[in-house]
Write a protein that binds this ligand. Sequence first.
Ligand code: PLP
Length: 367
Amino acid sequence: MKFRDLHRQYEAMKAEIDDAMASVVESGAFIMGEPVRELEMQLADYVGVRHCITCASGTDALRLALMAWGIGEGAAVFVPDFTFFATAEAVALQGAMPIFVDVDPVTYNIDPEDLVRKYRMVTERGDLRPVAVVAVDLFGLPFDYESVSKFCRDHELYLLEDGAQGFGGICRGRKACSLGDIGTTSFFPSKPLGCYGDGGALFTDDDEWAAKLRSLRQHGRGADKYDNVSVGLNSRLDTLQAAILNVKLRHLDDELRMMDRIAGYYSDHLCGQVITPSVPDGYRSVWAQYTIQHCYRDALARSLAEKGIPTAVYYPRTMSRQAAFANIRYLQEVNPVALRLADTVVSLPMHPYLSEQEQEAIVAAMF
Ligand SMILES: *Cc1c(COP(=O)(O)O)cnc(C)c1O
């Protein structure tokens, strides 16, 4: 059994994917070919925003957004303490200070109340300028858009949505990746919409930022290839990856429905025994992970492994406990919910092609 079985997905779409890849190879347009433009139109349409700008990874997407806003030294950027490293790494790499905010014990997403506390602590010290919040759609569930976006508007902060795990999710009728001033996603193979390598994208309704992002992803390009108006990155999505994503996007909504059924099966059979994920009313999760909490997490994972069932721990260490950030701990913050989650979470196999027999075997092996 596989934790996320990408081969079964390939089997299901093999003819279409093979065709799409062959036509890119035939065309020879490996960089910024027609499938890239087509994908950007389809993705913008799916998410419901004016602009989609593809790039080389979800990490680059975060960096490019911060670059477009001119965020660097002297800026404080609020990020959840419980997330994948890249969320905070992109902030630090731009020279800004990541401020680690605790997460909500039910949704695992950034806690709007702790955001208020951390904002106050930063303004009281007074040597950094608060400029942005990065809110993550962790494990596929969109963040608390209403509270966080109101806070950002009231305090004139940019809101960046890290939708690397959230593409396809919904929050009160709005699609994930449209919830921030800029939204980003990742096409890493195991993400909800994954390609066959690295890839990412940015989403925004703002025409000026979109133009800036298109320039920054190609070395800060100006009027032509050898006119450079700013210092940017080489961060384009390969045409081959775009062609693969054009196929997979057509199947995404079916796959999301399949995963919803599997999540429902898990939750029906596991609730009361372990803490199962909860999806608030008006939200749709895309089940980037099906993550439970268990006080003997390591023992449970070992016993499942002995029965041939793979699990994974996302994430065993909070951002504020990462060695990489040991020297830039601005608030010396202690975030109790994030710390507890790092000790208790474990994710079960989850992908659209998990068979009924496999689902039954997993549930049976839990007890
Ligand atoms: C995967 C991920 C990223 C980084 O995406 P890459 O494409 O691997 O660079 C950023 N943030 C979160 C929350 C992620 O899960």
